[in-house]
Design a binder for this molecule. Sequence first.
Ligand code: HEC
Ligand code: HEC
Length: 263
Amino acid sequence: MRLQSLSKPLLLLAATAIFSGAGHAQEHSYTPSDIEAGRGLYQANCLGCHGNTGSEVEGANLASGRFRRASSDEELIALVRTGIPGTLMIPRPQLSYGDLRSIVAFLRTMQTNGGVAGNDERDVAIGNPGRGEELFFGKAGCSECHGVGGGGSRLYADLASIGGQRSPAALEDAMLDPQKDVRIGQRFYQVTDNNGTVTQGLLLNQDTHSVQLLNTDEKLQSFLKQDLSEFKFIPTPMPSVLDVLSATEVADLVAYMISLKGE
Ligand code: HEC
Ligand code: HEC
């Protein structure tokens, strides 16, 4: 009886603690130089697993602003320094407190700072999103590869939240010069086995001994490097719209993609 009457307020307290944790998540304002330093450190120490946009490790989206195991900046710093026992997230005692603060500044602003690629802030023409949507699913052929909240091929990025991830200039660049800035997780690869059979696909993973691809039939294939005569990155299959679409049409597509914020 006594225990029961105690347990309710305790539960309430626990719930309040969780919610206020989220509210106090960002304690500092971060200077551009902190964020830039953090970008470089992230690139050198974290990118390999967490990816250009911080979303490559399942269940740990670093750009979301919410962490399962930390809410304050100090907790985040401690978490990155000590790692998570029993996972690939190993301790990093070599990073100084200042380094860790910069990394946290970078993580905290990742949703808007363009991730590792950074945001190209050039002014670009932004047209009509409705016309852009028509082009996307029609004559421009974008939806032959990309889904928007589903509907596309697993080989190509779903663009449902692209508007929250990239600046208008980066979106324009992605269409005009697709080879320029291919994000990790979106790179295409080709292997040739010792019999001369060639397989192309999206590179999912590779290490010293093996390569895993999602092949063009969207099937997972794994290869041992010792069985391969050649393995290499290949150019992105995304076609450039330069000389194919007018400047107005490009601006309409940019406008449509900016409107895709994921929810
Ligand atoms: C070798 C791969 C690897 C590297 C490199 C790596 N991480 Fe991780 N990280 C992981 C994995 C895997 C997890 C998820 C562990 C789990 O939940 O099982 C994780 C989890 C995290 C979390 C916890 C997220 C949460 O919601 O609690 C943070 C924060 C994090 N990593 C930040 C970093 C930072 C910052 C760096 C660079 C200094 C880094 N990681 C480098 C693999 C890595
Ligand atoms: C043949 C398949 C294909 C078609 C058609 C295609 N794309 Fe892509 N797209 C890709 C691939 C592959 C990538 C990843 C590599 C890269 O960045 O070039 C990509 C990347 C992108 C990105 C960057 C995504 C990111 O996460 O940063 C954007 C934006 C984009 N495409 C928009 C478009 C638009 C708009 C169209 C139509 C004009 C289009 N794509 C047509 C295959 C395609």
